[in-house]
Design a binder for this molecule. Structure first.
Ligand code: XLS
Ligand code: CA
Ligand code: CA
Length: 439
């Protein structure tokens, strides 16, 4: 098989002082951080859609990047050329996982039976490549937002025909995920929401989405899918309002419908900021609820109000992300999937590699710094100390649920005027973080 990314070598770790653009500055897969090699902390994954399918087309112009990989687009030959390109790409970067939507893999036919045949054929080919390289599938999903039939949603559609089509796609995508050994299955509700309440029955739509998810769990478990299902929250875009607005909203939905045992969350950095939260906030909310499943790694642009899916370059953000992950004990079935795309003007093969090198290095540096914050201990001990009045006596009784409003009122009356609760020391803490980041 001919090399596709000619002139691009295998990317190796060379250290932060290297000027070689085809090298890692921080990602050293075997380096031990807090007792584990970096590659285990950082289960990086390639997103099939952006990397192998995305050409940089936007609302104002056609694509700039040629992703034909020497074949004719919209053919099975092209589907296989993307597999070749993807595996060569991952191999050269040392990426061990990939994620996919059904329609990333093959051109979709009008007839689902034909599409499924194509999917069987291409996944046979992918399986061979997986065997040769040891690369694995992280998660699969069905694209239920691109085809015009999903204009009113998939699980939330008003049409039984469309709903059945969505179910058929979920069924097939689950089968493919199992076939490829994926440990996750994602529901991103791109069109599960509304543009106007004047035509929308929210309760009805959410119940139908939950039903679709319940059927997915039932079927998935029956065909040997033992991993996690994930909901990927996002507040809007393409719909004006999406039902899985943010982590808390999605968790409430899962609990309300009894899906919380089978589902966790896929937290995407750019979706967090669109929802008016930090990435760290969404990770923390997921973690404290036992719902931190997997990560879509990217970043948004704070000056732009939509989902830009930049490659991560902000070390402060990745440090806080890795801090949350380390404290949560890592991701069981999840990983760090680069749901990120090159800028439209970065249209070369070299740029594809630069994006991943940047993202992997930004996460590796974040991991190193997060481990240093934990080893330093000042942040954690400050937080512990801050709540220490609840460790003994009446405070401990509050924590155990053993006190009453009467008892606390008597205590308050005896106090007279309470002491100030202690400085939050935000500036001091931010200074500690900077001193660790920039030492
Ligand atoms: C779009 C989403 C999408 C999901 C998978 O904003 O990020 O790519 O991750 O369907
Ligand atoms: Ca995503
Ligand atoms: Ca996104």
């Amino acid at each position: 098989m001919t090399e596709i990314f000619k002139n691009i070598p295998e990317i190796k770790f060379e250290g932060s002082s290297t000027k070689n653009m085809f090298a890692f500055r921080y990602y050293d897969s075997e380096r031990i951080v807090l007792g584990k090699p970096m590659r285990e902390h950082l289960k990086f994954s390639m997103a099939w859609w952006h990397n192998l399918c995305g050409t940089g087309a936007d609302m104002f112009g056609v694509g700039t990047a040629d992703k034909s990989f020497q074949s004719t687009p919209e053919t099975m030959e092209h589907a296989k050329a993307k597999v070749d390109a993807g595996f060569e790409f991952m191999d050269k970067l040392g990426i061990r996982y990939f994620c996919f939507h059904d329609v990333d893999l093959v051109p979709e036919s009008e007839n689902i039976v034909e599409t499924n045949k194509r999917l069987d054929e291409v996944t046979d080919y992918i399986k061979e490549k997986m065997k040769q390289t040891g690369i694995k599938c992280l998660w699969g999903t069905a694209n239920m937002f691109k085809n015009p039939r999903f204009m009113n949603g998939a699980g939330s559609t008003n049409s039984l025909d469309v709903y059945s089509f969505a179910a058929a796609q979920v069924k097939k995508a689950l089968e493919l995920t199992v076939k490829l050994g994926g440990t996750g299955y994602v529901f991103w509700g791109g069109r599960e929401g509304y543009d106007t309440l004047l035509n929308t029955d929210i309760k009805f739509e959410q119940e139908n989405i939950a039903q679709l998810m319940k059927m997915a769990v039932k079927y998935g478990r029956s065909i040997g899918f033992n991993g996690d299902f994930f909901i990927e929250p996002k507040p809007q875009e393409p719909m004006k309002h999406l039902y899985d607005y943010d982590a808390n909203t999605a968790i409430n939905f899962l609990r309300q419908h009894g899906l919380d045992k089978d589902f966790k969350l896929n937290i995407e950095a750019n979706h967090a900021t669109l929802a008016g939260h930090t990435f760290q906030h969404e990770l923390r909310v997921s973690a404290i609820n036992g719902m931190l499943g997997t990560i879509d790694a990217n970043q948004g642009d704070y000056l732009v109000g939509w989902d830009t899916d930049h490659f991560p370059s902000n070390v402060y953000e990745t440090t806080m992300c890795m801090y949350e992950l380390l404290k949560a004990g890592g991701l069981k079935y999840g990983g760090i999937n680069f749901d990120a795309k090159n800028r439209r003007a970065s249209y070369t093969f070299e740029d594809m590699f630069m994006g991943y090198i940047l993202g992997m290095d930004t996460f590796a540096l974040g991991l190193i710094k997060a481990a240093e914050i934990i080893e330093d201990g000042r942040i954690d001990s400050f937080v512990k100390e801050r709540y220490s009045s609840f460790e003994v006596g009446l405070g401990a009784k509050v924590r155990r649920g053993e006190t009453t409003l009467e008892e606390l009122s008597e205590y308050a009356a005896r106090l007279g005027k309470p002491e100030f609760p202690g400085s939050g020391k935000q500036e001091y803490l931010e200074g500690i973080i900077n001193s660790i980041l920039f030492k």
